[in-house]
Design a protein around this ligand. Structure first.
Ligand code: PLP
Length: 484
């Protein structure tokens, strides 16, 4: 079948996530399978992906020699920057020592030391009661594992009637069937709706900019959300609910949305009231990205299970982790004593050693603290530069995790027409000007509205931060002019 038929026959043909977009000047629209470059066989049917030939610090070098300042760390992944020799040496050393063993019978020092660092990190300010760590290869797997672990916890206590996961709309937890089932990334779910997990329910996002009423105080908005959550628990029967799943700072879907003050402590109280587990997803916002080691440290709560990913390996290894509380571990300990789950490559020795090297650098160089400090500069620059911009409705974030939400009308906060693909256009224009940013769609209702995400490595210099914001403004002005 010709590649064009694959997309055009679907009902999501206008979705910017799934369909080809207007190419930037540097990108050819020739379908790869029909192109004269048969060597480009990876992933994309339509767009010629940029080939990156080397990367160092905060910069990528493309095949054609152009330098791109990495203003988003991929998808908020790169934290110590690219091309770190110390990490490479640790990776090689582990390969020489033990490249692979199966965790059914073995562990390695690197996995144990990395787990120890996650459980007892000197940068972590919160007292918590985590006891074990489970390493997997991606954020989606981590969420699936945490969901299964939570279900097994109740199953072994004779509460097998607990089947429901409650999650928030406009959140993203991954692309595997389990993680996608609790996600509301509408574009990614469309073809699979009728094959997702049946026992999932959704409540409103905690997203004041779009959904708090003008007459409401922050406390009133928060109380409304908590009342809705409790009503949903009661509707399902709280004794049937396994966990409530949420990102402390929502990343890919809405763009760096933190919940109103008091929200998470009230959620924690509600979960405790009904014996429901609190599962926090810090795949994107964790590992220092928001300026604290765990993002939940800024919320005055401790979850029963938290998943971390991207920044854990910093892009040097595909690794994510499920960090598990003593309560859940005790539950299993008094039951079967094994987590009924597993992957061939879980706790892969080389991935663990690589992530350990990344995390040792983060600790030694005090990069979480640096992230918080550089975040203050980024916030100031963004507010000074975009405070008066016509189509920038909201500027929000924490640490080095910031987004601009684009709107048609600041007074009504209504989204720009989806067909314009404004955020994507800003991202592409910025790329052509030498800065990589991360675009996002579905900001307003999971479908409409867009934003651009800024998430540079924690080692980014002040000069580079200034460049990122200057180029972002140039790119924004270009797109804004095209709307006049
Ligand atoms: N959870 C969140 C909050 C994410 O942002 C992502 C990815 O963007 C995932 C889970 C899925 O992680 P992965 O792409 O590694 O499977």
């Amino acid at each position: 079948m010709a590649p064009s038929a694959i997309v055009e026959t679907t009902s999501y043909a206008n979705n910017p996530i799934l369909t080809p977009t207007e190419p930037s000047t540097a990108i050819s629209k020739t379908p790869i399978l029909e192109s004269a470059s048969p060597s480009l066989l990876h992933r994309s049917l339509f767009e010629q992906p940029q080939t990156v030939s080397s990367a160092s610090g905060s910069y990528l070098t493309l095949h054609d020699g152009r330098q791109i300042l990495d203003g988003c760390g991929g998808a908020a992944v790169a934290c110590i920057g690219h091309g770190n020799e110390e990490v490479m040496a640790a990776t090689m050393a582990q390969m020489r020592k033990v490249s692979y063993v199966h965790t059914l019978s073995y562990t390695v020092d690197a996995a144990e030391e990395l787990a120890h660092l996650l459980l007892h990190n000197p940068s972590s300010t919160n007292a918590h009661d985590f006891e074990k760590v489970y390493f997997v290869s991606s954020g989606s797997e981590a969420n699936d594992a945490a969901m299964k672990l939570s279900r097994q916890f109740f199953f072994e206590q004779g509460q097998s009637q607990r089947k429901y996961f409650v999650a928030r709309r406009q959140a993203y937890h991954g692309n595997t069937i389990g993680a996608m089932s609790v996600s509301s990334f509408v574009a990614r779910k469309i073809p699979y709706e009728d094959m997702l997990l049946p026992y999932v329910s959704f409540v409103s996002p905690a997203y004041a900019y779009q959904y708090a009423q003008a007459s409401e105080s922050e406390a009133q908005y928060c109380a409304r959300l908590i009342a809705e959550l409790e009503a949903e628990f009661l509707r399902l029967g709280p004794e049937n609910v396994i966990s409530f799943i949420a990102e402390p700072v929502v990343g890919a879907t809405s763009g760096c949305v933190a919940s109103p003050r008091g929200y998470f402590p009230a959620v924690r109280k509600l979960c405790d009231k009904y014996g429901i587990l609190l599962h926090l997803d810090e795949i994107m916002c964790g590992m220092g990205r928001t300026g604290t080691y765990f993002a939940f440290e800024q919320e005055e709560v401790v979850p029963d299970v938290v998943v971390v990913g991207k920044g854990l390996g910093g892009g040097y290894a595909p690794i994510a982790a499920v960090v598990i509380s003593r309560k859940i571990v005790d539950g299993l300990r008094s039951g079967s004593s094994v987590f009924n789950h597993g992957h061939t490559y879980q706790a892969h020795p080389v991935a663990c050693a690589t992530a350990l090297a990344v995390q040792r650098i983060v600790s030694r160089e005090r990069l979480v603290q640096r992230c918080a400090k550089m975040g203050q500069l980024l916030e100031r620059l963004l507010r000074e530069t975009f405070g008066e911009s016509k189509y920038v409705g909201d500027i929000r974030g924490r640490g080095l995790f910031w987004a601009l939400e684009f709107v048609k009308d600041k007074a009504t906060k209504s989204p720009l027409p989806k067909a314009i693909g404004f955020g994507l256009g800003v991202q592409q224009a910025a790329f052509d000007l030498g800065v990589a940013l991360y675009p996002g769609g579905g900001t307003v209702d999971g479908v409409n509205g867009d934003h651009v995400l800024i998430a540079p490595p924690y080692i980014v210099s002040e000069a580079d931060l200034t460049t990122i914001v200057r180029v972002l403004k140039e790119a924004y002005d270009l797109k804004a002019k095209s709307l006049e």
